[in-house]
Design a protein around this ligand. Sequence first.
Ligand SMILES: Nc1nc2c(ncn2[C@@H]2O[C@H](COP(=O)(O)OP(=O)(O)OP(=O)(O)OP(=O)(O)OC[C@H]3O[C@@H](n4cnc5c(=O)[nH]c(N)nc54)[C@H](O)[C@@H]3O)[C@@H](O)[C@H]2O)c(=O)[nH]1
Length: 145
Amino acid sequence: MAVRACGFIVFRRLAGCTPPPDAIEYLLLQTSYGEHHWTPPKGHVDPGEDDLTTALRETKEEAGLGAEQLQVVDGFERELRYEVRGKPKEVLYWLAELSDPGTAVALSHEHQDHRWARLEEACSLARYPDLQDTLRAAHAHLEGR
Ligand SMILES: Nc1nc2c(ncn2[C@@H]2O[C@H](COP(=O)(O)OP(=O)(O)OP(=O)(O)OP(=O)(O)OC[C@H]3O[C@@H](n4cnc5c(=O)[nH]c(N)nc54)[C@H](O)[C@@H]3O)[C@@H](O)[C@H]2O)c(=O)[nH]1
């Protein structure tokens, strides 16, 4: 059976800007282990836990951002499937806006750095084509495309 993980593509709109969408920045976290890769906050589903609860818990644990600071965007959900050390893994992402764009991110020991990045920088940090596609799809969703 596949390992399952859930998380949020968290974004913020720069202070003083109503969309245009190029004023949107996405949150990426860099692991403090392994390849030091960058992904949005996400993590494994605990036994008996529902997916959305996992996404909220992991976002709180990994970025210090709680449900009360996030607004989940309707109608966006993406599932990625890839292999980790030969085993299948599924990752489900929702999209959420950080209500106060000035809120500080607080990392756990699992991550060594974070970045608020516009779409193109976010895609170059998140170097996996499926994650890049997901970020682009999120951006298109926010643009109303
Ligand atoms: N010391 C050490 N400890 C580790 C290591 N590894 C884990 N720990 C421990 O596990 C805990 C984390 O637990 P959670 O937070 O609950 O889980 P996740 O958030 O799910 O975290 P992971 O890091 O396990 O999973 P991924 O991000 O999925 O990365 C796995 C591999 O998949 C590739 N990959 C990543 N993203 C994409 C993508 O979007 N697209 C594609 N196509 N591929 C992608 C990439 O090749 C990458 O290397 C940590 O606290 C550590 O204790 C490790 O190497 N060394």
